[in-house]
Design a protein around this ligand. Sequence first.
Ligand code: CMP
Length: 144
Amino acid sequence: MGREQRSGERTLSIIKPDGVSKGVIGEVIRRFEKEGIRVVALKMLHLTKRQAEGFYVVHRERPFFPSLTDFMSSGPIVVMVLEGDDVIARNRTIMGATDPKKADSGTIRADFAGNIEQNIVHGSDAPETAAMEIDYFFSKLDIM
Ligand code: CMP
């Protein structure tokens, strides 16, 4: 196998502290791989409050920002770069709606999330945010 660029879009996926503590890391990754989505970078880390605030900076004016960034820095997370055709939209379908009460059955959030904040996974919502979010966690050399 060479190191040629494969076809496909990239997105950032995070298994949040609730997903790690509930023991569904493997199950979440299985759902991506089952759909033919490739994991091309992966690591576990524990964000500081400041790092969580930096990641979610677009939400800084929202009332849930302090609580969200407390939650995201409360324990380890798994961050991944996913690759595949149309992977941004496909990942969002696999995750389900932000609010698990509104998520379609069989989605990750419907199956595992406790509430709209502690919702197991994050996924980039557009190509520009995917590029920024991947850059927040990974250098070019980290991505296969
Ligand atoms: P995520 O996809 O990571 O993007 C922003 C996050 O903010 C979202 O998932 C939830 O974890 C959180 N969030 C969004 N809306 C609300 C809300 N109304 N109340 C609390 N948390 C929210």
